[in-house]
Design a protein. Structure first.
Lengths: 479, 231
């Protein structure tokens, strides 16, 4: 028989039992749909991660931190500035030998030195501090990140533009922060004023008296019982607030996956005004235990390389200077392993549905053979070989697999899109950016159809062998 | 074996094993058929007539003995070769017609051409011609359930002849037909035998029909040839 005849016969034979064919194919559709959804989810997550990393050139970053006690290494840029004369000015005249011989501090000298290395585009300190953001009568707490103007090109801006100078009272706010404030029109916030309130330590006499009074009240009410009528606990702590006004110049898209290196905030301000602000960094609890003026250097510095090929030599150099480094590219192999395990797990879950569908195919084909027992005998009597009979049934299972694959792919895509829609509708309400959690690369689409045909043919092996073994003498007597 | 014979069997034996019990369906059958001969085979039920037909048609293989057709021992052929033998050299018709109930008359006639890898267009034209020959062209789109017994058997004859075989084996072709239709069917077979030189071997209980149309008749009893008559 010609292949076209096998296909035509298969369609004709399957069409005769429409309901059974539909139900069997539907089983395959569900199996392939489940498998495709699972794999596309795994691939979607991988694609999102790698695309995000590649887009932001995160494999080109090295995060540098000090290897000594954290007590010595967390800095306020203001204090940094104020302490420069005392601690850092001599180090500005940089000399490698001097650096290697001194205690390791991440300071501006380090930034100058690392920037001079081959392959390094720029380096900047990672500084974040807490602040209350007040805008249009709403308040939101957030960590403000100090970001030099030349790094702002990493951001995806939804409205406005990045600040052009490091010394302007401008800020960039994330879309998720605005959504939390119930602001949907990003364009309208551009050029508007926003107030940032920072916390500072306050050991003034007045405040100490206030604290003592608070403790006295607390003791009084603790002994007598009842509620403290005198204000909040914050008033009894050695803090005071400072307010600063900034102009919103841009609205940035919140980075997915927690905003991997080096943008991890909802509000970005340039270094200039940041240095003039009184604030607590609070990047570590150890900051509270630092005597004034003893905080030196930055907690960490991000180093941007022009290409991932410079990661190893630059990293080695920085390590030689006694600093700790972290490069995302080092995690790539581990990530790949994790993705493989995730793929295997999702594939195994999807395969359960495929196995069930295969049993459906076997059942259908065996039923079909029993029903067409006489027909097989007639086919053999008029000259069909065992191979011809096998092929007839193989093509029928192949057709089931083909359509199961196509419609399974469509079902998998539709279910994935629906899940994606539901997850994103919840996530975006919480301020998270829209993420496509499913990916349908071409090889998955073709592979799903191919795999469906393969599984169907495999399921058809037993029935086709059984069909080929039909004894024509017995079959022709069969009613 | 005589080389002038078209079909020849030598000590043809078929034994069916049913567990420990062995049933001898045919025992040492020797027969010879000339090309263009109309051979009638008769005998009571269980005498081995259908077994002989299945062996000659290549549907079954002998337990012992040999079958020679057109100078070739078909008893030595493997499964694939036997399929080719059934496809091109022999056509078979049966008492119960054995046409596919879900196929139209035309599709049933064209069915063997599928395995001969004949193009669809040619399949249809040859099948229509064959249906015309058996007088059923006007019924080509009808399903077997819409045809009479005689018409169904003529569809079966058309199907058996579609690959232009040299041998036609008919296993009780009139068994399910009335006497008038039976006579018409056997007449059709006789015409094919006389006009086209088709070698026909027909099994029948109706000895009068065989006596009228067959050149020779053999009688089977308990798997053995117990009589042979030349007409």
């Amino acid at each position: 028989m010609k292949i076209s005849d096998y296909i035509e016969q298969s369609f004709a034979n399957l069409w005769k039992k429409k309901l059974r064919t539909f139900l069997t194919t539907f089983g395959v559709v569900i199996g392939i749909g489940a498998l495709v959804s699972m794999i596309s989810f795994g691939k979607g997550v991988q694609k999102n991660v790698t695309d995000e990393f590649n887009k932001l050139e995160l494999f080109n970053y090295i995060s540098v931190s000090t290897s000594s006690s954290p007590r010595e290494n967390h800095a306020d840029p203001d204090q940094q500035t104020s302490a420069e004369d005392e601690y850092l000015a001599p180090a500005l005249v940089f000399d490698k030998k001097t650096r290697e011989s001194e205690s390791n501090i991440l300071d501006d000298t380090f930034i100058q030195e690392v920037t001079s290395l081959k392959g390094v585009e720029y380096a900047f300190p990672e500084i974040r501090f807490p602040a209350m953001i007040r805008f249009k009568g709403k308040e939101e707490f957030s960590l403000i990140q100090v970001l030099p103007a030349y790094v702002t090109d990493l951001m995806e801006l939804r409205a406005g533009e990045a600040y052009a100078s490091n010394d302007t009272n401008s800020l960039i706010i994330s879309d998720s922060m605005l959504r939390r404030m119930r602001i949907k029109n990003y364009e309208e916030v551009i050029g508007q004023q926003v107030e940032l309130s920072t916390l500072t330590l306050d050991f003034s006499i007045f405040n100490l008296v206030n604290i003592a009074s608070g403790i006295s009240h607390a003791a009084h009410f603790f002994i007598r019982g009842g509620k403290d009528p005198n204000g909040t606990r914050a008033e009894r702590l050695p803090f005071s607030t400072r307010s600063y006004t900034f102009t919103i110049v841009g609205v940035a898209e919140r980075m997915g996956f927690g905003g991997a290196l080096p943008l991890r905030s909802d509000v970005y301000v340039p270094p200039g005004p940041s240095q003039r602000m009184e604030k607590l960094l609070l990047t570590s609890i150890w900051d509270f235990f630092q005597p004034p003026g003893k905080i030196q250097g930055y907690s960490s510095v991000s180093v941007k390389l022009s290409s991932a090929k410079y990661v190893e030599p630059v990293k080695k150099k920085i390590q030689d200077w006694g600093f700790k480094t972290f490069a995302l590219i080092d995690q790539l192999e581990e990530m790949k392993k994790a993705f493989i395990f995730m793929d295997m797990f999702l594939f195994a879950v999807g395969m359960i549905a495929i196995v069930v569908a295969s049993l459906g195919i076997i059942n259908t084909m065996v039923m079909s053979i029993l029903e067409r027992y006489k027909e097989i005998g007639i086919a053999k009597a008029v000259g069909a070989s065992d191979r011809d009979v096998k092929k007839i049934f193989f093509f029928e299972t192949g057709v089931i697999g083909f359509f199961g694959g196509i419609f399974g792919l469509i079902l998998g895509w539709m279910v994935s899109m629906l899940i994606n829609l539901i997850i994103n509708s919840f996530a975006t309400r919480q301020g998270a950016p829209y993420v496509n959690y499913f990916s349908f690369p071409w090889w998955l689409c073709l592979g799903a159809i191919g795999f469906s045909i393969f599984v169907s043919l495999a399921a058809g092996i037993y029935p086709t062998i059984r069909a080929a073994r039909v004894d024509p003498v017995i079959a022709l007597r069969h009613d | 074996m005589d080389s002038t014979n078209f079909i020849e069997t030598e000590d043809l034996t078929k034994i069916y094993s049913m567990g420990r019990i062995e049933v001898v369906a045919l025992k040492d059958v020797n027969l010879s058929v000339k090309q263009g001969e109309f051979l009638g085979v008769t005998g009571p039920s269980g005498s081995g007539k259908s077994t002989l037909m299945n062996l000659l048609g290549g549907l079954d293989t002998p337990s012992d003995g040999r079958i020679k057709v057109e100078g070739k021992f078909i008893s030595d052929l493997n499964k694939e070769e036997l399929a080719l033998y059934r496809r091109y050299q022999v056509g078979m018709i049966f008492q119960s017609f054995n046409i596919i109930s879900s196929y139209t008359a035309l599709e049933n006639v064209a069915f063997p051409l599928l395995f001969a890898e004949v193009a669809k267009k040619e399949r249809n034209s040859r099948s229509e011609q064959m249906l015309t020959k058996v007088g059923l062209h006007h019924r080509k789109e009808h399903l077997p359930s819409e045809l009479s017994g005689g018409e169904q058997q003529r569809v079966a004859i058309a199907r058996a002849l579609i690959n232009q075989p040299k041998i036609l084996l008919a296993d009780e072709p009139t068994g399910n037909l009335d006497s008038k239709t039976s006579r018409q069917i056997v007449q059709t077979l006789s015409d094919l035998n006389k006009n086209q030189g088709l070698t026909v071997i027909m099994i029948s209980h109706e000895e009068s029909l065989l006596a009228e149309f067959a050149d020779n008749i053999i009688r089977l009893f308990d798997g053995r040839v117990v009589g042979q008559e030349n007409q």
